[in-house]
Design a protein around this ligand. Structure first.
Ligand code: EPU
Length: 323
C-alpha cells in the first residue's frame, strides 16, 4: 500500500497508511467501521504535532466548515481555520477572540488544546463542544464544565484522549468590546492616541506574533514547544532569590514561570543541535533548521529539558504531542 505524507507545520517527513477527511458528521459515522482494529489519529492543522516515525494507521481530519450565528451562540465547524474565525468575528463586530489572533490550527483543536495567548484562552468563550464518539458513532455535546478546561488542558487531551472527534464548537462572543491590553507588550505596541478597537488589537497582536514567532512556511515549528510550568510559591521564592528579575505570573495554584525565559538563561536561545534549533527571538519555540527528523527535535528537547532541570530544578513538559 502507498503511504500518504502527513502535513505538519514542523516540516518533518512522516507518512500514514491512509488519510481520511470528512466533511459532515454522517460521513465520519459511516467511516467508523474502517477504524476497527486499526490505529488511528485525529489531527487538526498539524501545528502541534511532532512525528518521530511513520504512522502505521489512519489519519483522520475534520473538513467541516461553516460559521452560523445561532440565538445563543456562534456555531463553527471544527475544520474552519482558527484565524479565519477570528478574522470573521472581528469583521462582524463580535468580540472576545481578538487576542487569540493568528494562532495556527483549526477550530476543533482550539477546543481540545484550550489555546491561549495574550491573556485570553479559548475556554473563556467556549459554551459547548459537539463531538462524535469514535467507538460507537453516537453524538455528544460537552458543556464547557464537562470539558474540564485548564491551562492547555481539556478532557479531550486527558481521560478521553482519542475517543471523540470534535465536529462543531459553540462560542459565546459579545457585542460589547472589553479590551484586554495588560498582557506583555500589547499596550505599549498600540499606536499612541489611537482609538482601541477589536481590529486594532487584532492587528497589533498579529504584528507582535509575526515579529517574534517563526513562520512555519519559512522555518518548520510548532509554536511553543514547552508549556510554562506552575511551581509552588515556596519554590518560586527560592528561585527568585537568585534571579530577582525573573518574569512570572501569579496563578490560582502557584506561580507560572515562563519556560522561554529559563531556556534563555540556560544559554540555549539561538543555539542548535544538528538540524534542530532553539529560535533566536523566542526560546520557547524549537525549529527545524532544514531536513530535521523527529528524533533530531526530540534530542534537542531532551537536552534543553535537562539544562533547565539542572539549573532551576524544574521539569518543563512539552506542549507538542509526540507521535
Ligand atoms: N522570555 C524570555 N526569553 C525568551 C522568551 C520569553 O526572557 O526567549 C520572557 C519574556 O520576556 C516574557 C516572558 O518570558 O517576560 C513571557 O514571554 P511571552 O510573552 O513571549 O510568552 P510565553 O510565555 O513564552 C505564552 C504562550 C504563547 C503565547 C504567548 C503570549 C505557552 C506555552 N505559550 O508564551 O503561545 O503566544 O504566551 O500570550 O503558554 C503557542 O502556544 O504556540 C504560543 C505561541
Amino acid at each position: 500500500m502507498t503511504m500518504t505524507p502527513i502535513h505538519n507545520t514542523f516540516g518533518i517527513e512522516a507518512r500514514a497508511k491512509q488519510y481520511f477527511e470528512y466533511c459532515s458528521e454522517d460521513e465520519l459515522i459511516a467511516f467508523l467501521p474502517s477504524l476497527r482494529g486499526v490505529p488511528y489519529l485525529h489531527i487538526g492543522g498539524g501545528s502541534n504535532l511532532l512525528f518521530t516515525r511513520d504512522f502505521d494507521g489512519i489519519i483522520l481530519h475534520c473538513g467541516i466548515k461553516g460559521i452560523e450565528v445561532m440565538d445563543d451562540c456562534i456555531r463553527v465547524g471544527a475544520g474552519v481555520v482558527w484565524d479565519d474565525f477570528v478574522g470573521w468575528a472581528v469583521e462582524h463586530g463580535w468580540c472576545g477572540v481578538e487576542n487569540l489572533s493568528l494562532i495556527p490550527g483549526e477550530v476543533g483543536a482550539s477546543a481540545v488544546q484550550n489555546i491561549g495567548a495574550y491573556g485570553s484562552e479559548a475556554k473563556d468563550v467556549i459554551v459547548a463542544v459537539e463531538c462524535v464518539d469514535l467507538h460507537d458513532g453516537t453524538r455528544r455535546v460537552f458543556t464547557n464544565a464537562e470539558c474540564q478546561y485548564a491551562y492547555r488542558q481539556s478532557i479531550f487531551k486527558g481521560e478521553l484522549r482519542g475517543r471523540y472527534a470534535v465536529t462543531y464548537v459553540r462560542y459565546r462572543l459579545s457585542r460589547t468590546f472589553v479590551p484586554r491590553l495588560d498582557y506583555g507588550n500589547i499596550r505599549s505596541s498600540l499606536p499612541t492616541d489611537a482609538v482601541v478597537t477589536p481590529q486594532l488589537v487584532r492587528d497589533t497582536i498579529i504584528g507582535i506574533r509575526r515579529a517574534k514567532l517563526p513562520d512555519p512556511d519559512v522555518q518548520g515549528n510548532a509554536g511553543s514547544f514547552f508549556m510554562n510550568p506552575v511551581v509552588s510559591r515556596d519554590k518560586f521564592a527560592e528561585i527568585q532569590r537568585d534571579y530577582p528579575n525573573m518574569p512570572f505570573y501569579e496563578v490560582e495554584n502557584g506561580v507560572k514561570i515562563p519556560a522561554g525565559w529559563m531556556i534563555e538563561q540556560c544559554g540555549w536561545k539561538g543555539k542548535s543541535l544538528g538540524r534542530a534549533g532553539v529560535h533566536d527571538r523566542q526560546a520557547l519555540v524549537l525549529v527545524n533548521l532544514g531536513g530535521a527528523t523527529g528524533a533530531d527535535i526530540v534530542r534537542l528537547s531532551d537536552a534543553v529539558r535537562q539544562s533547565v532541570a539542572e539549573r532551576f530544578g524544574i521539569d518543563i513538559r512539552p506542549e507538542v504531542n509526540f507521535i
